[in-house]
Design a protein around this ligand. Structure first.
Ligand code: RNT
Ligand code: ZN
Length: 415
């Protein structure tokens, strides 16, 4: 135990916070780390650069181009990310080994190598996402809401195939798999009909959910979005659409912190949903002015998100996943910064004297509430974080050196 940590522990104890208990608890919260930061959301199934409503910018050298390279990079990144981790996969990461098969016919065996990998890394589980972009069957920017029956049913079949694969992940890993549906469907300019595409999306979701699946093994989520590049005027899968759909059909909402108006906060939406749902799923990202998917930094909104999870005792109800992709900087460093910051935010939240603060709110002592909240901001948090890392056998603030060496010895050789 470092001397600094000893002092920090005392400081927190003065507010009634037991830093030891906090450290124990915080590393056990699973964070689902997205595989797609490693290759700019390209995938392995030939869909090519992220397109149809999703885009990456930057061309930093060293992108993982194969399954082997992606695994190598995940190994490196995960070795620098403390705490319990899950792997978040997209269907486009199927390992097809040359087999000619389209997304509507993907099977569990195409993902068996990922299961083997997740077991090798002793991960908590695998989460999954149908890949409804970067594909020839995105027609006029529409998928599950397409008026073209062939297109619509192709994507329904894809989602059904994904349900089976999700079930397989749950069985193999021994923890439920969160399967999240996001579609980019929408229009660039003022639509002539806003209802029909939503009714078609509703029908598609009904058809997907009619597929029998074990609800204990697979948690189905739907992810809304306010707008995307090229679909500025109308998004079929809007917040209201999915929240109502999820509530009526017993599935779950996924809140992506980049998918709302800039002055709407996911931290405020979490407790609103917790009043109604058993499970709330998150895509933690950082939108800069819009849904830009920047690397998550240790700033106010992530701390607020973490507070809503911790102080409501919702660690197992809120499924935390990361969703950012930056191709303009070292991708391993991007992974590590964002994932460490999510964990850091959970630690930060758990070190707040939450009951004491709630008590002040209930007594309407807003002066003391403000005074206390401000004092808490400058407590010696860093010492507790470093202690956490040391106990996990993790590198401290000097971790970047490791990534730089990996860049020199591995990434720079790729081109
Ligand atoms: C896009 C959504 C979606 C994707 C990933 C790759 O706006 O956030 O979740 O980022 O599925
Ligand atoms: Zn997302």
């Amino acid at each position: 135990m470092s001397e600094l940590y000893g002092i920090a522990k005392e400081k927190y104890a003065a507010y009634g916070v037991d830093a030891e208990a906090v450290i124990e608890k915080i590393m056990e919260i699973p964070i689902s780390v997205h595989c797609w930061q490693g290759d700019d959301v390209v995938g392995l199934d030939g869909g090519g650069a992220a397109s149809n409503g999703i885009q990456t910018t930057g061309n930093y050298p060293g992108r993982a181009r194969t399954f082997e390279e992606l695994k190598e990079d995940i190994r490196k990144a995960f070795s620098l990310i403390p705490g319990k981790k899950r792997l978040n996969l997209h269907a486009s990461y199927a390992v097809l080994n040359g087999e000619s098969v389209d997304r509507d016919a993907y099977r569990a065996e195409h993902f068996a190598p990922w299961v083997e990998f997740a077991k090798e890394l002793h991960l908590d589980g695998i989460d999954f996402n149908p890949t409804i972009f970067s594909h020839k069957n995105m027609k006029d920017g529409l998928s599950l809401s397409s008026p073209d029956e062939e297109i619509r049913s192709f994507w329904v079949r894809h989602c059904k195939a994904c349900l089976k694969i999700s079930e397989y992940f749950a069985e193999q890993m021994g923890t439920p798999c969160l399967m999240n549906i996001w579609i980019p469907d929408g229009f660039k300019d003022v639509p002539a009909d806003r209802l029909a595409p939503r009714l078609r999306l509703k029908r598609s979701l009904d058809e997907i959910l009619a597929e029998p699946y074990d609800k204990k093994k697979v948690i189905v989520a739907v992810e809304s979005k306010v707008f995307g590049i090229g679909v500025e005027s109308y998004t079929v899968g809007s917040n209201e659409f999915y929240q109502n759909y999820a509530a009526k059909n017993g599935i779950c909402c996924l809140l992506d912190s980049g998918h709302y108006h800039p002055l709407e906060y996911v931290s405020d939406k979490i407790p609103a949903l917790l009043a109604f749902y058993d499970t709330v799923a998150l895509h933690v990202t950082r939108g800069v002015r819009w849904d830009s998917d920047h690397v998550v930094l240790f700033e106010d909104e992530i701390k607020e998100i973490a507070k809503e999870i911790i102080r409501n005792g919702a660690e197992s109800k809120v499924k935390i996943a990361l969703d950012y992709f930056d191709a303009s900087i070292n991708r391993i460093a991007a992974w590590v910064v964002g994932a460490r910051n999510m964990r850091k935010a959970l630690l930060w939240a758990a070190l707040q004297p939450n009951e004491m603060l709630k008590g002040l709110q209930d007594k309407a002592d807003f002066t003391q509430l403000m005074v206390l909240q401000e004092e808490l901001k400058t407590l010696p948090f860093e010492a507790v974080w470093e202690e956490c890392l040391a106990r996990e056998g993790q590198k401290g603030s000097d971790w970047y050196q490791d990534v730089k060496e990996y860049e020199n010895s591995v990434l720079s050789k790729r081109n």
